[in-house]
Design a protein around this ligand. Sequence first.
Ligand SMILES: CC(C)(COP(=O)(O)OP(=O)(O)OC[C@H]1O[C@@H](n2cnc3c(N)ncnc32)[C@H](O)[C@@H]1OP(=O)(O)O)[C@@H](O)C(=O)NCCC(=O)NCCS
Length: 237
Amino acid sequence: MIELRELSPRDAEALLRIYSSEATRYLDREAMDAAEARHYLRDAAASAAQTPRTLYVLGLAVDGDLVGIVKLHRDRPVAAVSYILRADAWDRGYATAGVRRILALAFGHLGLPHVRAKHRPDNPASGRVLRKAGFTPTGEHDGFATYTMRVPIPREVAVEVHPVAGYELEIEGTDDRPFVTLEDMDDSRDEVVTQSVREALGIPDHAPPVLMIKDPYGPIARTEQASAFPLPPGSAD
Ligand SMILES: CC(C)(COP(=O)(O)OP(=O)(O)OC[C@H]1O[C@@H](n2cnc3c(N)ncnc32)[C@H](O)[C@@H]1OP(=O)(O)O)[C@@H](O)C(=O)NCCC(=O)NCCS
């Protein structure tokens, strides 16, 4: 199981293995030592206790093994995501999974509209992580390749119909396109409601639909009211 969790003082050893010189050379910094690890964990605990919280420094654990750190920085006009993985855990999809989970926190729970990320141009694996997670490249700035992402709709979308209870359909995105943007979704909402849902489930035309957006990467969900997207012609509520 892959999860993001808060760090604890017991994570110092694991942190040293994550921030080894093999990984930190892409971050323009030295490997971490034991004293820095203790400070890092103290600072992470302090930021977790802040209200409102402006920095999330979360551990990426795979079956209980802490293999990386994923951060969300909210102490700037546009929030930013960053991450680092233990070198022996690279190329197994863990960073991408961690970034997707922190995006679920950012866009879902925190309701942020916009998130950025960057990496050194000599670190193509990091660019690949960002693209797989749904970021769009925006060029280069200050020697970094830069990326942006605006509020997406996660790949699994459930459509419910109210007030007629009991109808629900899950619509899967494609593997190579895990997120659908709001603009993309606007174009297809009519079709989703009229064809996939109403025809497949025989939902009465008069029932006003509600799009319920489920987060496949975490427990976060939000609901859009029927008025947020057009009803098919003649299906007045
Ligand atoms: C960058 C980093 C986070 C990637 O973590 P990871 O868990 O290996 O990432 P994932 O497995 O989710 O994805 C890696 C992708 O990069 C690809 N990749 C690996 N090396 C690559 C290279 N040299 N060139 C291009 N793509 C590469 C992998 O094939 C994979 O893509 P795929 O799924 O399409 O095959 C990790 O290498 C790391 O921590 N590096 C050091 C610190 C760092 O760079 N942090 C980010 C700073 S912006």
